[in-house]
Design a protein around this ligand. Structure first.
Ligand code: PGA
Length: 242
């Protein structure tokens, strides 16, 4: 079954989150697929309460590598799980580039998600300069290598990977599907060599209702990670119905 993940980022004002979640829950009432909404932490309890009885699942955009303790400013993954979060985005390019998250931290966050019984959604992808230099595949392989370090294949059996070329995120310049499919093959090959046979690989980066199908064609991706187009219920529903 394809997986569709909405990454609301820090785009939804708190005062509007519940109303938006209600409209998603209504629109997805008859939905039979797997769709996940990732609100910000502040809205998590509110959005979770609205979504959990519906066909939609709850996710988080990031999570602390530790379960509890003296970690000023962090939110406990234990509480996220209690609130119903089943998926956790990890290593999103905005976390890597703006908040300087490195492979070691990302690996610890994957472990943290696994410990809480959440599905870690590891985001990987090259930036424009790396692609121009022909380094896209090696950058992605290195990100995977860093994230898998110290993890056993059996610990990673719930892992989902999202290939998100950084230059395609929020820019409207979508990656052409043939190029993206080649990267999917690189990722699947790396997973196979690491003992992971069935890791789903999603595509993300300027996904819209009119280009979503091209990434899901036969031999293509196992789902989509959607930012901008997930803020509007109709466009996310159209994407999820591809
Ligand atoms: P976008 O964001 O769909 O707005 O490009 C995707 C993401 O950041 O996950």
């Amino acid at each position: 079954m394809k997986i569709f993940i909405a990454n609301w980022k820090m785009q939804v004002p708190f005062a509007e989150a519940e109303i938006l979640a209600k409209s998603f829950a209504r629109a997805f009432k008859e939905y039979k697929g797997k769709a996940v909404i990732c609100p910000d932490f502040l809205a998590l309890p509110l959005v979770g309460k609205t979504l959990i009885p519906s066909a939609l699942k709850l996710g988080v955009q990031d999570l602390a590598p530790y379960s509890r303790g003296a970690y000023t400013g962090e939110v406990s993954p234990v509480d996220m799980a209690v609130l119903g979060a089943e998926f956790a985005l990890i290593g999103h390019s905005e976390r890597r580039s703006i908040f300087h998250e490195d492979d070691k931290l990302i690996a610890e966050k994957i472990r943290s998600a696994v410990e809480q019984g959440m599905t870690p959604v590891l985001c990987v992808g090259e930036n424009a300069a790396e692609r121009k230099l022909g380094r896209a595949a090696s950058v992605v392989r290195n990100q995977l290598k860093g994230a898998f370090k110290g993890m056993k294949a059996k610990e990673l059996k719930s892992l989902v990977i999202a290939y998100e070329p950084v230059w395609a995120i929020g820019t409207g310049s979508v990656c052409d599907p043939a190029t993206a499919f080649r990267m999917k093959a690189t990722i699947s090959d790396f997973c196979l060599r690491s003992g992971l046979k069935k890791t789903p690989v999603l595509y993300g980066g300027s996904v819209k209702p009119d280009n979503a199908a091209s990434f899901l064609a036969k031999g293509g991706f196992d789902g989509l990670l959607v930012g901008g187009a997930s803020l509007e219920v109709e466009s996310f529903l159209k994407i999820c119905k591809q």
